[in-house]
Design a protein around this ligand. Structure first.
Ligand SMILES: [Zn+2]
Length: 311
């Protein structure tokens, strides 16, 4: 099978050469689960030697989004409807060698649905292949897991992510922003891309100014920057501020702090770790029914004492 479209993940590429009847692809958001699933599905349908060729009739049908032998099964169904959907799996494939059933967010499958799957995954009908994608493989029944090939997405090296970004729509973004995205990504390209998306970058600058204002004791500015009229803006800011401190903490850990905010780096790893814990809790509160006009004070009251502590 050809896995050129998947960056890194060399261990996975080696193990996938022999087809299996059921897979659980797991890893955090942005780790490449969907990319791998698309390559795997195309490979199972492709008629050429070098799979997936992207050129044969099977590949073309798949990539144009209408291959009859591929079904995406919703994972939030009632067990009765779910069983109905699974009936298709007992028929032979229409055109390809395999019939592929894909389940996104497989951890959302109820126990009843997973039990309905058990027998079919244990003794799969000829030609049927099941692919489950999840951020949390632990939420799936052990009896299902033991019958599937487990594929854990692997983090990618910083150099590989950088090289990928250079070929992406973000090639023109300043290097310091790319470095921050890589530090934030934890080795997952999707997370780096998410970080670089335009809307996020605007909030990122706001966090930068807020951190500077706090560190330099410009309280009126800090209050102005962290006061919001809409809850969704408050939630976004709190999450972004958590990400902002996380980037700096991880960069300090990996020793690549180039392009990041020196004032924040100077706080040191230990203070940054504690700020992240506080902001993690504040994220939950921002989502809950708190008074948003007072929340700015809560953010500042949580961050300031840590920032002011003597080293
Ligand atoms: Zn093909």
């Amino acid at each position: 099978m050809r896995f050129d479209g998947l960056i890194g993940n060399y261990g996975i590429k080696k193990t996938l050469n022999t087809p299996f009847h059921a897979y659980i692809i797991h890893g955090p958001k942005g780790s490449g689960k969907h990319t791998l699933e698309r390559i795997l599905t195309a490979s199972l349908l492709c008629r050429s030697e070098d799979k997936p060729c992207g050129k044969c009739s099977q590949c073309k049908k798949y990539y144009s989004g209408n291959h009859v032998d591929v079904s995406y099964i919703p994972t939030d169904m009632k067990v009765k409807d779910f069983r109905e959907k699974l009936k298709d799996a007992s028929y032979l494939p229409n055109e390809a060698e395999h019939r592929v059933f894909v389940f996104y967010d497989a951890d959302k499958l109820s126990v009843a649905c997973q039990n309905a799957l058990l027998k079919i995954v244990e003794e799969p009908p000829s030609g049927s292949v099941f692919i489950f994608l999840t951020e949390n493989a632990g939420a799936m029944l052990a009896t299902i897991r033991s019958r599937c090939k487990m594929i854990a997405m692997e983090p990618v090296s910083e150099d590989e992510i950088y090289a990928y970004l250079q070929t992406s729509a973000y090639a023109g973004v300043p290097d310091e922003k790319k470095r921050a995205a890589i530090a934030f990504s934890d080795g997952y390209i999707g997370a780096a891309l998410d970080f670089l998306s335009k809307k996020k970058s605007d909030v990122y600058s706001k966090c930068q100014n807020f951190a500077d204002a706090l560190i330099n004791n410009r309280m009126i500015e800090a209050i102005r920057l962290s006061t919001f009229k809409k809850r969704e803006d408050l939630v976004e800011f709190t999450k972004e501020l958590y990400d902002y401190f996380t980037v700096h903490m991880r960069s300090l850990k990996s020793g690549t702090t180039e392009g990041l905010n020196e004032n924040v780096i100077a706080l040191g790893q230990e203070k940054l770790a504690r700020l992240c814990v506080r902001l993690d809790k504040l994220q939950e509160k921002a989502n809950a029914n708190v008074n948003i006009s007072l929340f700015s004070t809560a953010i500042i009251a949580n961050c300031l004492p840590i920032i002011r502590e003597k080293q």
